[in-house]
Each structure stands twice: as C-alpha cells, then as structure tokens.
Write a protein that binds this ligand. Structure first.
Ligand code: ATP
Ligand code: MG
Length: 402
C-alpha cells in the first residue's frame, strides 16, 4: 500500500474559542493555497489537526509545500487503517521497511496513543500485541524501547488508526492573516526582507513601504525592491507595496539641515511618512530591519532619536541578530540573491563625511527647524504609488524552524 495521507500538526493551540476557529480557518486556507496546483489533494480538519488525502499526489512534494506554511509545526506521512490489530500490524511492518535508510533496522519499538478509550486494548497492551506479532513476522528484529532504530507510532482514533514512523518538523509560527496588518519598511538590502518574513511568521499581513529617490536611485533599484516584495508575497499570499517618492524630501534635507545629522533627519522623515500611511491603511505597527549597533544609525541613541517622531509601535525582529545569522536566514527564505544585487539605496547616496553616531532628540529637532515638515509629509504621502503582488510561485525548499 502506498502512503495516501499526511497528518499536519499545528502548535500554539493554547488559543480558545473564536480565536481558535479563526486560526484554523486561516491555516486551512493557507494550506489549500500551498497546493492549489494539485487539486487532487483534499484537506480535512480532524481533532486538532489537519489530514490531507493525497489522491495520488507525491507525498514528499506535498509535505515540502506544507512545511513552509506558517503555523504548521510538524507533519507525518501516515497509513490510515481500520480499528483492526491485523491491519495495524501490516502497516507497522511496512513503516519499518520504508523508514529504514541504508542500514536495515535491527531494533524497533511501538508507541501507542489511544484517543479512543473504547478500543478494547489499552496503550500498553496494544503496543505489546502489535510488537509481538511484528517480531514473529520479522525475526531479524528485536525490540529496544530506549534507543530503537525505528519507532512506529500508532494513534487509535474514533473510527480509524494512524500508523506512521516519521515526524517531520515544519516552519512553525502562526498562520498569516491572524495577527493584523503591519507596514514593513522595505529597502533593497538584506535585512528588511528578513524582518518582513519573521513578522509574517508571527501571523501578520504586511504592506511594504519603500522610499525611492529617482533619479538618485535608479529604476533598477526599484525593480529590485519589487522583486523582493514578490518573494515576500509568495510566502504571504499577497503584499501591497507603497512606493514613496522621496527625492524632494531628501533635496530639502540637504538644503536645510546640517550634513552630520542628514541621515537622522532622513530617517525621521521616513518614519513620519510611514506613520501617515499606517494611519490611512490602518496598519497596527511598523517593522524595520534594524539590528542594534550594526551601523551608525542603529545605535541605541540613534534609534531613540529617530523613534521619537512616532507613536506607532515599531517592531524590530532582527534587533538581536548577528549579520551572519541574518544572511543565513535570507538565503533560506530566498531573498538573499536578490538583496545582494548592486543598487543605490536612498540612504547611501547622501552619506555625510562624519555622521553623528549618537544624535540627541534635541539636536535632531534643532536640525529640522528650517524644514517644512508637515508640507513635505503631506506631499510625499499624496505622491505615493501602490502596487499589489500576489503569490506567483510555490515555496519548495524546506525552511526549518531554527
Ligand atoms: P537593510 O538591509 O534592510 O537595508 P540595513 O542594515 O542596510 O538594512 P539601514 O540602511 O540603516 O540598515 O536601514 C535600517 C532599516 O530602515 C531597514 O532595515 C529598513 O527597514 C529601513 N529602510 C532603510 N532604507 C529604506 C528605504 N529606502 N525604504 C524603506 N525602508 C528603508
Ligand atoms: Mg539599507
């Protein structure tokens, strides 16, 4: 018999009532979307999990897709049997055969979970019965309850049993769409796409906000950001990108503000504009790719001075991450190759000779006295353009929880 089913387990189920229902509904939809090119795969919710009937689809391919759906913690290819010891024994034997790698299994154990208390044998009795009969049929094996080569799990349910030998970890997190909507400040760099991915992993929907300074930054730089938005959309289902045309703001900053505080003022303007967009779009928070101490504008003093222009919560999923770990993650999620393409960032074109690394809020305010902040913010928001990206490719490479 071929494997015809996959059990999908989701975590974080301390959720109750209405939340739990919404959580499961989102996860169901997101799982369906991940195999929308395989209509033969059918999904059902069953007792705190999902079970997929493969309908002939390749089990490894399906599991690869599910392993990248946020909210999934682990999966198992299972044989579904009747509540019959004979069938369980046959399935257990196949599992042992299938799960052994290059070296044939010498030892095994049977582990039973019995949800159905009316089943006549209790867990230990059933494990002993199935184990004993497997031993009779496969005399080269012995039982080892501590370090078996193979463990066969049997779950006795109301109307059937699941028999399986593997629990494959998946990406984890919470289903996209269960945590509200945030605005991701998306540059063309390595960090912010990773920050966006991590927030998707915690269940938010994201709208990306990008600051573009044509002609100082090229069309190519914008194309690159759109490519990143597309990759994030492949994970998220859908990502709306707001492109803020930022040239005027930057020109004004250059004209009216001291060079050494240019970056600080620019970042404050970015946040003011993003705050306005957040209000209009009902975004509950902003997300950045900042990591403490990574560059001059990411000292604690600098973060504080920049942050003080807004009341919208700012999430910084990478705050404690080292660059090497961010890069590893970027590779895993498929943004790295795009992020490292050469481009001009609107932050790199006006790099002052000696930026203040620990600017105080009062200094930033003093630097801004000749800047028409409200007008610049209003105009920039009015000129912002939108584009929506919808998932186009399926995520195939497994990205495991780390
Ligand atoms: P990244 O790799 O994400 O560009 P970085 O290490 O280069 O990050 P900075 O350039 O200092 O760091 O930017 C810090 C954060 O500010 C970015 O992670 C991003 O969230 C936001 N940001 C910077 N430039 C832009 C931009 N042009 N448009 C939108 N957000 C930006
Ligand atoms: Mg950058």
């Amino acid at each position: 018999m071929m494997i015809e089913h996959v059990v999908i387990r989701y975590g974080e189920i301390s959720l109750k009532g209405k939340n739990r229902h919404e959580f499961e509904q989102r996860l169901f939809n997101n799982l369906k979307r991940s195999v929308s090119d395989m209509p033969e795969v059918r999904l059902q919710r069953t007792g705190g999990r999902f079970i997929a009937s493969l309908g002939g689809a390749d089990v490894e391919r399906v599991m690869e897709r599910f392993s990248n759906v946020f909210g999934v913690f682990s999966q198992s290819p299972v044989e579904v049997t009747a509540l019959s010891v004979d069938e369980m024994v046959e399935a257990a034997k196949r599992v042992i055969q299938e799960e052994q790698g290059e070296h044939p299994a010498r030892t095994f154990k049977i582990e039973v979970k019995r949800a159905n208390k009316r089943f006549p044998l209790d867990s230990l009795q059933l494990a002993a019965e199935v184990g004993g009969r497997v031993l009779e049929d496969m005399p080269s094996l012995t039982v080892d309850v501590h370090h078996p080569d193979t463990t066969v799990f049997i779950e006795v349910r109301e109307n059937e049993a699941y028999v399986f030998g593997r629990r494959v970890p998946a990406v984890g997190g919470l289903p996209v769409g269960t945590a509200g909507r945030v605005g991701l400040l998306l540059s063309g760099g390595i960090d912010s796409p990773v920050a966006g991915w991590l927030s998707l992993k915690r269940g938010v929907d994201i709208e990306a906000i990008h600051f573009h300074s044509f002609p100082f930054t090229s069309q190519r730089a914008l194309d690159k950001v759109e490519d990143l938005a597309q990759i994030l959309a492949n994970w998220a289902g859908r990502v709306r990108l707001h492109t803020v045309h930022f040239t005027d703001v930057q020109t004004e900053i250059r004209k009216h503000c001291p060079d050494s505080l240019g970056i600080t003022v620019m970042r404050r303007m970015m946040l003011r504009i993003a705050t306005e967009i957040a209000k209009q779009r009902k975004l509950l928070a902003l997300v950045t790719g900042e990591s403490l101490g990574q560059v001059a504008s990411q000292t604690l003093e600098s973060i504080r001075t920049i942050n003080s222009v807004t009341n919208v919560p700012i999430l910084r999923p990478l705050i404690a991450e080292d660059k090497v770990d961010i890069i590893r993650r970027a590779r895993q999620i498929g943004t790295y190759e795009t992020s490292i393409l050469p481009y001009e960032d609107c932050c790199t074109i006006f790099v002052p000779k000696s930026p203040r690394t620990r600017p105080k809020p009062e200094e930033a305010e003093a630097a801004e006295v000749n800047l028409e902040i409200d007008r610049l913010v209003t105009e920039a928001v009015e000129r912002t353009t939108q584009k929506t990206f919808v998932a186009k490719e399926f995520i195939e490479a497994p990205v495991l929880r780390v």
